[in-house]
Design a binder for this molecule. Structure first.
Ligand code: CP
Length: 330
């Protein structure tokens, strides 16, 4: 178990302790303050080199990681995989070795293969590896920004300070994760993030979109989605991953929406305090109705905005290995 991210890789939330998660969330609060300034830049990672390697499509993760690294004054090497020598058949190992030869301090890696981030960490043990989503395994920074956003909203509602509240606001919180659990690395990271911070996590989805084995997940399975919605304080809606063949695992998209979609009717039946999250990109009209996506309790845009501060915290901790607030405020 990792108790501090200082000087560590971030591969999975399953092995990150509550202390380490709170360390990231609390540093992200400081960076959120930096991001609200006129000059949104600190010299913390000046002269450090961060490589951004996305072997799979991404909009928000890639842009927010690169923004985060630049706001920390790091130099960013961004590999355009589609026009790189990967297309000529260069292996992941050789690609990493090539980039490492240029002199890098960290790699942000998104890859279609579960376990790719761990592999890269073994190839270049002197480089910090941040998993930006590997196959169906983990998307740790998404999990961290999701809990950061929920804690921020709960702190605002209760008039408390998010940093001072620690994990208190998660104690006994009811979190329901719904949809394509089989393919979702976000679900796997969210489940560990919420449960380790003290929330109770339940999951719900069509049988064909459940993992073969849920026994290692820190969750319980709900079979009645509409009952579970009444129980939930937070509903984490997952994207239906059509690119992973999910379309063939449900009778039809309309049927999926009718049974497990966050429709207008379902949102209208929620308690007024219930929060909705979605990692994006959204399939409007499939797992989430436009009316629900644009509802005041839907945090999707806030999640994206918070992604920068959370990723600044992760890069700062992983690369600096220091936890001195004064450095952030230089
Ligand atoms: N949530 C998420 O990972 O989005 P992107 O694929 O756009 O990065």
């Amino acid at each position: 178990m990792i108790d501090s991210l200082a000087g560590e890789n971030l591969i999975s939330l399953e092995t990150l302790s509550q202390t380490a998660m709170l360390e990231v969330l609390d540093h992200a609060e400081l960076f959120a303050e930096v991001n609200s300034r006129t000059v949104r830049k600190v010299p913390t990672l000046k002269s450090r080199v961060v490589a951004s390697l996305f072997f799979e499509e991404s909009t928000r993760t890639r842009l927010s990681f690169e923004t985060a690294a630049k706001r920390l004054s790091a130099d960013v090497l961004s590999l355009a995989v589609a026009s790189s020598s990967v297309k000529k058949g260069e292996s992941l190992r050789d690609t990493i070795a090539t980039i490492d030869a240029l002199g890098i301090d960290a790699v942000i890696l998104r890859h279609h293969s579960s376990g790719a981030a761990s592999q890269v960490a073994r190839f270049v043990p002197h480089v910090r590896v941040i998993n930006a989503g590997d196959g169906q395994h983990q998307h740790p920074t998404q999990g961290l920004l999701d809990v950061f956003t929920v804690r921020q909203v709960l702190a605002e509602r209760s008039g408390t300070n998010a940093r001072e509240s620690g994990s208190e606001l998660f104690r006994g919180l009811h979190v329901l994760i719904v949809g394509d659990l089989r393919h979702s690395r976000v679900a796997r990271s969210d489940a560990w993030a919420y449960s380790r911070l003290g929330a109770e996590v339940r999951v719900c989805g069509p049988g064909t979109l459940l993992p073969d084995d849920l026994s290692a997940w820190p969750v319980t399975l709900e079979t009645n989605f509409d009952d579970a919605l009444q129980w939930a304080d937070v509903v984490g809606v997952l994207r239906l991953q059509k690119e992973r063949g999910t379309g063939s695992l449900v009778p039809s998209l309309d049927e999926f929406t009718a049974s497990f979609g966050m429709t207008k009717q379902r949102v209208q039946r929620l308690r007024s305090s219930t929060l909705i999250t979605h990692p994006g990109p959204m399939n409007r009209g499939v797992e989430i109705d436009s009316w629900a996506a644009d509802h005041a309790n839907c945090l999707v845009e806030r999640q994206v905005a918070n992604g920068v501060a959370v990723r600044m915290a992760v890069l700062y901790l992983a690369l600096s290995g220091a936890r001195v607030e004064g450095e952030i405020n230089e």
